[in-house]
Design a binder for this molecule. Structure first.
Ligand code: FCB
Length: 470
């Protein structure tokens, strides 16, 4: 029997995009009134980021954005996802907006629109103003209200020209890597604080959706970007199924259930009830706020997550997916082990398996029936640059092609996937890994900041031109 060839086309209007985030590319951290974020503090703390790297200069996008938009136009991108730096538009996280900070984003957006590229703005890609962290950070309820205020300022300034907004990027990372394992800023390691942060991020999302709806035209598209874990039990053993259930609860449903169903699931509350008093944490009205309708759900996908009980994992190789820490980012699910889905891994050590992407898109489609965007997907490899800065990166091209094919399969299966934002447009500051890991389809020389499209960029431009995979 011959299998049908995989479907490789995309619907009309499918957004062909790329993504970046403010702290990873902008630099100019002390210009035009910007104040430090938790990532400035964290990256300047010895031992937190590989090689002592910081985002002080990053890739200089703040001063080179016109050149960067021109490269996007050369690629034929139809959309671009960037994030707004909270401490740049509202220094210290309180009070009025700083016009010079907003002017940067106005100019960026105008440049995108001039080139026919639709801007997609993320309001929070991890750069909490340090002053708000010093006042307690996301474990404190007040931070959610600060986020809503900042959102209103951004929406007022940019709402006439940005029609697609995502509130939070990967709140799982903010809560559980930031306050649980501590491998991300602000580097705290308290499981109760991590759970409180998760609730307040959810609340901040809901309040921000309210602020956006109040400020934006009725046709604005509102979203959130979640790094949902494509959870796979390693076997049908009861212990492995239980381990997978726990990770799904604290990794995925802690966000999707309140946001899309207006509730926290009973099993999550039971798994974590020894750590936080949920009935005190969640106030009356919070779940109605958090479940304000969104228009599209953003999925960030890199690899599947294979899970067993710790007892079943003795002597088996483990996967370390989220940086080395003796503190778990999985409160209530400590007796769990992670395994590689296969040995074919990227430079991050992440296994390559596009079926996790199609499975997750189809599962989201069936469970929630919402339109979907893939707001991040991509891979780091050990690029070797020629003397002219050129990089031949067939592995990255293969990764992107196979994941786009998986999206096309999910669409053929009924999922309403409206666009793809590859991570990342350019090499950049990869959080705790500093500049060691390169995800870009455009090479950046970190000494000269010269940009050079890699062969994967030429391949992507060709896909966009044809609107189909070959
Ligand atoms: C995601 C982040 C993004 C980037 C990629 C590789 O978790 O949202 O900023 O670092 O991973």
């Amino acid at each position: 029997m011959t299998a049908n060839p995989a479907p490789r086309t995309f619907p009309a209007g499918f957004a062909w995009g790329a993504a970046t985030a403010a702290y990873q590319i902008e630099g100019a951290v002390a210009e035009d009134g910007r104040t430090p974020s938790i990532w400035d503090t964290f990256s300047h703390t010895p031992g937190k980021v590989a090689n002592g790297d910081t985002g002080d200069t990053a890739i200089g996008h703040y001063h080179r954005f016109r050149e960067d938009v021109r490269m996007m136009a050369d690629l034929g991108l139809t959309a671009y996802r960037f994030s707004i730096s909270w401490p740049r538009v509202q220094p210290t996280g309180r009070g009025p907006a700083v016009e010079r900070g907003l002017d940067f984003y106005r100019a960026l957006v105008d440049e995108l629109l001039t080139h026919g590229i639709a801007p997609v703005a993320t309001l929070y890609h991890w750069d909490l103003p340090q002053e708000l962290e010093s006042a307690g950070g996301w474990p404190v309820r007040e931070t959610a209200y600060r986020f809503a205020d900042y959102t209103a300022l951004a929406a007022e300034a940019l709402g006439d020209r940005v029609s697609t907004w995502t509130t939070l990027n990967e709140p799982w990372c903010s809560a559980f890597l930031g306050y649980g394992s501590g491998v991300h800023a602000p580097g705290r390691t308290d499981p109760a604080d991590a759970l409180k942060a998760a609730h307040h991020l959810n609340l901040g999302h809901g309040l921000a959706v309210g602020a956006l709806r109040a400020a934006l035209p009725a046709d604005a598209q509102l979203a959130v970007s979640l790094n949902l874990h494509a959870v796979r039990p390693r076997s049908a053993d009861a212990g492995d199924l239980e381990a997978a259930r726990r990770i799904d609860a604290v990794g995925n449903r802690i966000f999707t259930s309140p946001m899309l169903k207006g509730r926290y699931d009973e099993d999550l509350l039971a798994d974590t009830g020894h750590l936080v008093k949920w009935d005190e944490l969640v106030h009356d009205g919070d779940l109605a706020e958090i479940s304000r309708p969104i228009d599209v759900l953003g999925l960030n996908y890199y690899n599947p997550t294979v899970i067993s009980s710790a007892a079943n994992a003795k002597d088996l190789p483990r996967q370390d997916g989220h940086g080395a820490s003796s503190h778990s980012p999985w409160p209530g699910a400590e007796d769990v082990a992670f395994h590689l889905a296969n040995e074919n891994v990227t430079a991050m050590g992440w296994p390559i398996d596009p079926t996790g992407l199609s499975d997750t898109l189809l599962a989201l489609h069936h469970e929630f029936g919402v339109p979907l965007l893939v707001t991040e997907n991509g891979a780091a490899f050990e690029d070797v640059a020629g003397p002219d800065g050129s990089v031949h990166d067939p592995e990255r091209t293969a990764y992107l092609r196979d994941h786009l094919a998986a999206i096309s399969e999910a669409i053929a299966g009924g999922a309403d996937v409206r666009g793809y934002f590859l991570w990342s447009l350019m090499d950049n500051f990869e959080w705790a890994y500093g500049y060691e890991k390169r995800f870009g389809i455009i090479r950046v020389d970190y000494d000269t900041l010269v940009r050079t499209p890699k062969s994967s960029a030429h391949w992507y431009a060709d896909v966009i031109r044809r609107g189909a995979l070959d």
